[in-house]
Design a protein around this ligand. Structure first.
Ligand code: PMP
Length: 367
């Protein structure tokens, strides 16, 4: 049978595996940091209405510049981010993964390199590979914080073209202090200068504020965001960025024409009309996240401080066996390959209880 390696694929893709968080049909799925609540009925109705309107015009290509959507995203950012932004500062795409891909196509590519401080979001390295960008794995402390001196040294030595800072970080959950981001931005400018991408996919769940105001006067800093988490709309595939208008102009050089379907634009606009309702779920999930942290500690687990809608917990002599045992009890969590640690997304109170029961049993078995 013909396999991948029999095809003339690019050398750097040979022997590699695709991104693959398991999508298993089990009672409790807490493995991909989704919002556990389905969309409220009035929003479902509004989506149907807006999509019906859009459907009439599906014979035409969608608005290539997504003007209405970017205007509404700019309003959302201005309202929640403590910084005034306009449509010229905002760009949207199919998930923040596509935002990151467009940024790497624009600022990375063959002969260029990107750095991330690992463990962090694994797709940064995978999208780098897909775009022919070299990847540098930067350091983190034992407690998963960023060691500023070590990180700045890695930037100075490697002179990357793109620097990823994920805050709150995935899979560890901790936020990066504003001063660290500022210092790394300065280090990146002194070394190259390079683009700094602040990945704020989980910022709405944070105890602290968005770093959006940092785009002012820093044209090489991009804040990347998504509707997959706080808006509870992972299935929609809508990510966006905020940056200097020149960055928005630059990504147009690589974006596919009409990349955002009219159906996606209509759906996202309907969701943005319901922002306040959706953000109420964020408050509930933050409370459940804090409960998970407290209860896991009470059970005797180590837990990394979390500013996200998930919690990293351990330590296990063999994290993969622990993952399997939790799965055997009907609860799917995530093994990100961080030795000794697993990650659980905050679910509904009942889902979290089922998860905590599974860990309690596992701990009992191991003691
Ligand atoms: N950034 C981070 C840190 C993430 O964890 C994720 C999703 N797990 C994304 C970006 C991508 O999200 P999406 O493409 O759904 O916007």
């Amino acid at each position: 049978m013909t396999g991948i390696d029999d095809l003339p694929v690019r050398d750097e893709l040979r022997g590699k595996t695709p991104y693959g968080a398991p999508q298993l049909d089990v009672p409790v799925r807490l493995n991909t940091n989704e919002n556990p609540y389905s969309l409220p009925e009035p929003l479902v109705e509004r989506i149907a209405e807006r999509v019906r309107e859009a459907a009439r015009d599906l014979n035409r290509y969608p608005d290539r510049d997504a003007v209405e959507l970017r205007t509404e995203l700019a309003k959302y950012l201005t309202r929640t981010g403590k910084h005034q932004v306009g449509i010229e500062n905002v760009w949207a795409a199919n998930g923040s993964n596509e935002i990151i891909q467009q940024l790497l196509q624009t600022f990375g590519g063959p002969g260029r390199a990107a750095i991330g401080f690992e463990p962090s979001y694994s797709m940064h390295a995978l999208i780098a590979r897909g775009t022919g960008t070299g990847w540098i794995s930067g350091p983190r402390n034992e407690d998963f914080t960023i060691d500023l001196a070590a990180a700045a040294k890695a930037i100075a030595e490697n002179r990357p073209d793109v620097v990823f800072i994920t805050t709150p970080n995935n899979p560890t959950g901790n936020a990066v202090p504003r001063e660290t981001v500022l210092a790394l931005y300065e280090a990146a400018q002194a070394a190259k200068p390079s683009m700094v991408i602040v990945d704020e996919a989980y910022i709405e769940f944070s105890h602290g504020d968005s770093l959006l105001p940092l785009i002012e006067g820093r044209p090489n800093l991009v804040v990347s965001r998504t509707m997959s988490k706080a808006f509870g709309a992972a299935g929609l595939r809508l990510g966006y960025l905020a940056a200097h208008p020149a960055v928005v102009d630059a990504v147009q050089l690589v974006r596919l024409p009409y990349h955002l379907s009219a159906v996606a634009q209509a759906t996202a606009l309907a969701a943005l009309e319901h922002t306040d309702t959706l953000l109420k779920y964020v408050e509930q999930l933050k409370a459940e996240r804090d409960r998970l942290v407290a209860e896991l500690r009470a059970i005797g687990c180590e837990v990394t401080e979390s500013d996200a809608n998930f919690v990293q917990f351990g330590r296990f002599a063999d994290a993969h066996t622990a993952w399997q045992k939790i799965l055997d009890r009907g609860v799917l969590v995530r093994d990100n390959g961080v030795p000794g640690w697993l990650r659980v997304s905050a679910g509904t109170p009942a889902e979290n209880d089922a998860f905590l029961d599974a860990v309690r049993e596992l701990k009992k078995e191991q003691s």
